[in-house]
Design a binder for this molecule. Sequence first.
Ligand code: ADP
Length: 396
Amino acid sequence: MKILVINCGSSSLKFQLINSEDESVEAKGLCERIGIDGSFTFKPSNGDSYTKEVDMPTHSEAMSTLISALTDPDNGVISDMSEISAVGHRIVHGGEDFTESVIIDDNVIAKIEECVPLAPLHNPANIVGIKSCLEYMPDTPNVAVFDTAFHHTMPESAYLYAIPYKYYRNYKIRRYGFHGTSHSFVSKRVAEIMNKPYEELKTIVCHLGNGASICAVKDGESIDTSMGLTPLAGIAMGTRSGDIDPGILEVIAKKENINVCEVTNILNKESGVYGLSGISSDFRDITKAISEGSEAAMTAIDVYVTQIVRFIGAYVAILGGVDDIVFTAGIGENTPLVRQKVCDRLKYLGIELNYDHNNVRGEEMMISTENSPIKVFVIPTNEELAIARETVALIS
Ligand code: ADP
């Protein structure tokens, strides 16, 4: 079966066409700057990759562009869109309604719309992606895979905030957590690598990308995670602050004479490693600056590492011990310096890093020694493949 995986952002649309038989990627690509000037990148497995400027005023034109590319007689990978058995959509927020992936119908779209207040930047774009697919492929089943679903197993004590209970009752304000597809994918994979039953492991997953979250997985279920009602919570990220004292909002608002939305915008876009260093949100720039002696970059990475160590310590307590720790996503997979700094501070747990193995980038590897009582791994995440697998399971 050929499965089209769609990940729609507010001005972007990422896609992969995955053959479910051998799980190969037949083509992938990206529509960027939708509604601005439009840029389209296409990478077929058996042809030449290209990037070109395409006017894409809305996601509908982006959809039409990707369909033309996939079915292009010269450089495409299929002759007709009917070859696609189903479309799997990454949906950021499923609220409390969606505890697992579902086949999309009008009722599901309405419920995803109800979750818009919980993810005002992401869910509207996800809905546009679904509607574009329904427009161009009305007879093809669509499946929604939610970033929040894996965390539905968190106990009430982990998901409730200590604020008046009526806010949970009336507005569903609680911890939801994100990156669930990734946390689920790599925590299952580590069980396979360790050759242990998934249902018997205590795993801490550090998903460190532009957005970053840490998850405590016990017996195959998420029992706590660092992101909250929104993806702003948890550890410091590229441009996001992560957890801060909530009192800071009022202090900054008063000092700068701005409103709470403007402060939140600063916490989302001008904070984190970028805000601390004043250099970049990208760890390639940060590690380069460190090698050139930048104290600001060093401070930023020290704060970042400390916050990861703090969450790992907390989750060892929540889990009642830990069998393995996994690093994944852009930074987790590609930045040995961060992994080394984190693991060096976890020596008290007995963790022993294999410094040679830790030099790995973007490849599956056990980076602790064989003797380390807690095993540490780098496992590349693959959210698209996880979405394709979920989609196949639902339509079969
Ligand atoms: P997201 O999916 O949240 O946008 P990614 O998982 O793609 O993020 O991670 C992006 C981040 O990963 C970049 O900002 C960069 O800091 C880091 N990264 C990616 N590749 C490398 C690399 N080769 N070396 C160091 N850092 C990298």
